[in-house]
Design a protein around this ligand. Structure first.
Ligand code: ATP
Ligand code: MG
Length: 253
């Protein structure tokens, strides 16, 4: 029987980047099938160029493709506010808007006009990402970690069903990265949202993921494993070393 608690279903996803000069281009993703549970935190590992970002862009509705992507059983071929992407790039928030306006802007687009309501929502989500007191600052006045927090707050404030995160912490220093991992773990346990989180960092995948997949060439899913370790997970958690090694080996081949 179908598991009805899957929020996302990817069926036979095949993606070929069209090139006018080359009619016989190879698929980047070939017949990818994946189901993601409601409120699940899915970590995605895979070597560079295997198609992780392409898969995320297809889910976001930014690409054309063959096959089907369903969110709650409905085609997600077009972009929608039920799926929000967060990128690695610190410049994903608008430099000409204050922090709070950055968070409020997509809400305005969704039709929320009431100033007090907008203020309350931006305050609430800035608090969630531990960024109280920077409401009126501009992005250039923030550190990289703070900018990523704003991007996460902006995504969460839209109350998407799925947040698609493409290496959001990859450009941060190690300490800030660890701190943001802990914060994201707390946030994800509280929000009614599904997370798909791409990373090259095995530790990050294990610390955050309820489930971890390893992709290989053409979007083949080589490993698909529920994370049975007890959270919060550190390298000292029993079973961590073996798990790390399994993913490392799967990435090597
Ligand atoms: N717009 C595009 N046009 C043509 N080919 C593309 C395009 N975007 C990506 N590709 C190709 O698709 C393949 C997969 O790219 P993708 O960015 O999805 O990989 P990735 O797994 O996210 O890699 P990384 O870990 O380096 O971010 C690569 O071979 C890349 O060159
Ligand atoms: Mg990528």
């Amino acid at each position: 029987m179908e598991n009805t608690d899957n929020i996302l279903e990817i069926k036979h996803l095949t993606k070929v980047y069209q090139d006018e000069t080359d009619t016989g281009a190879d698929p980047i993703l070939a017949d990818l099938n994946l189901k993601v549970g409601r409120k699940e935190f899915l970590s995605v590992l895979g070597p560079s160029g295997c198609g992780k970002t392409t898969m995320l862009r297809c889910i976001a509705g930014f690409e054309t493709y063959n096959g089907e992507i369903l969110v709650d059983g409905v085609s997600a071929a077009k972009p929608g506010t039920d799926r929000i992407m967060v990128f690695q790039d610190f410049n994903q928030i608008f430099p000409w808007q204050t922090v709070e306006k950055n968070i409020q802007y997509p809400l305005r687009l969704q039709g929320i006009k009431d100033k007090e309501q907008l203020q309350a929502v931006s305050d609430e989500y800035l608090k969630k990402v531990n960024l109280d007191g920077v409401q009126k600052k501009y992005p250039h006045q923030l550190s990289g970690g703070m900018k990523q927090r704003v991007a996460i707050a902006r995504a969460l404030a839209q109350k998407p069903k799925i947040i698609l995160m493409d290496e959001p912490f990859a450009a941060l220093d190690a300490m800030t990265r660890n701190r943001l991992q802990v914060e994201l773990l707390n946030i994800s346990s509280q929000e009614d949202c599904t997370f798909i989180f791409i990373t090259h960092n095995i530790q990050e995948a294990i610390v955050l993921g309820d489930r971890i997949i390893v992709m290989s060439k053409k979007g083949e899913i080589k490993v698909d494993e529920k994370n049975g370790l007890k959270k919060p997970i550190t390298p000292a958690t029993p079973g961590y070393g073996e798990m790390w090694q399994r993913f490392h080996d799967a990435l090597e081949v």
